[in-house]
Design a protein around this ligand. Sequence first.
Ligand code: 5AD
Ligand code: SF4
Length: 363
Amino acid sequence: MPDIFDKINSGAGLSFPDIVEILSIEDEAGMKRLFDAAYKVKLEHIGNKVSFRGLIEISNICTKNCYYCGIRRDNRKTVRYQMTTQEILSAAKWAYEAGYGSIVLQGGERSDSRFTESIEEIVRAIKKLSGHTLGITLSLGEQTAETYKRWFDAGAHRYLLRIETSSQELYRKLHPADHSFDARRKCLEILRDTGYQTGSGVMIGFPGQTVADLAGDLMFFKDMDLDMIGMGPYIVHHDTPLAEEFPDFESKREYQLNLALKMIAGARLLMKDINIASTTALQALRDDGRELGLLAGANVIMPNITDVTYRNSYQLYEGKPGLNDGPLQSLTSLKAKIESIGETIAFNEWGDSPHFYGRQRKK
Ligand code: 5AD
Ligand code: SF4
C-alpha cells in the first residue's frame, strides 16, 4: 500500500486528509522522515540560506485583550513601554550597519492617530537613514485601509498579521466578543490589495485545537495565497485566562514543539516557495528550537534586536529566551548555530519569497 511518504516524494499536491495524516505522525522516525522531506523541498526552492529580519518590539501597549497573550490590555502586571522615535531609529541603524537586509517593527495594537502618524514618520526616517535599502516589515495589528496605505506609501513593503486560527469557532474561544475573525481576515485582503507582501500565521497547540483544525489552517494559508507564514507553539502565560485551560502544559512541552515543527514541514510541502519563519517561541521550548525549525523547512529567522531594557516587558508568553542577550551577542551565537547545520545567512538582502515574485508576474 502506498504511504504518505510516497505521495510526498512524488511531488503530488497534498489534500486535507494528507495534511491531517502528516500532523498525526508521532513516532520519532516518522517525524524525522517528514522534516527531511520538507527540508529537501526548501533546498530545491529556496536554497540553503536563511533570511534575517531584525525584530524591534516597539511597544507593549495594546488595546486588545486576547485571552492567551501576556501583554493583553487587562494584564495589570505588565509594565507598559513605548520606545521613542530616536530609540527605534537607532535600533534600525544598528540593524542596517550589521548587514541585516530588513527589519520588523512589531508592537501591540493601537489605532489612534498619534500612533499611526508616528509610525508613518518612523518608516520614512528608516528608509532615509538606510539610503532606501533596508526592507521594512510591519506587524502592528488591524488598521484601516487608509492607514495601511499610508504606511505602505511611506516605504513599508511587508506586513504580518496572524489570523491565530482559521476556525471561527476557536477564534471566538480565544478572544473577547468584540474581536472579529471576519474583520481580521478582511485586513489580510486589504493588505494584499495595497501591495504588501502579506504574511499570516496561527498559534499551534492551544487548548481545544485539533490536528484537523491545524490542517484547516494550512489550507487557509494556501487559499489566501500568502507570501509568508510565521507561526509558533502556544505557550502558557500564567497572567492570562487561557492558562487555566492548560494546567499540564509543563509536561507537554515536547509535544508542543513537535506539533509546531510538523506544521512548518506541512506548510513547506504545501507551499513550496513561500517564506516561513522559524519563530522565537520554538526556542522557548527548546534551546535549538529555531535550528530545528530551519531543518523542518523554515527559511526566515527574526533575531530580536530590541534593547534589553525593554525585552523583559514584551512577554507574550512565559520563558521568552534571550532576555539578556545584546543584539551583537545574539547575532554572533546565532550565526555559529546556523552555520553548524549547513545553512548560510543571506546578509544585506530583503529576502523576498520567490512566491511573491511569481505572484507579481501573474498580475
Ligand atoms: N503563546 C504563543 N504565542 C503567543 N502569541 C501571543 N500570545 C502567545 C502565547 N501565549 C503570539 C500571537 C500573536 C503574536 C504577536 O504572538 O500569535 O499574533
Ligand atoms: Fe495585543 Fe497581539 Fe497580544 Fe492580542 S496577541 S493582546 S493583539 S499583542
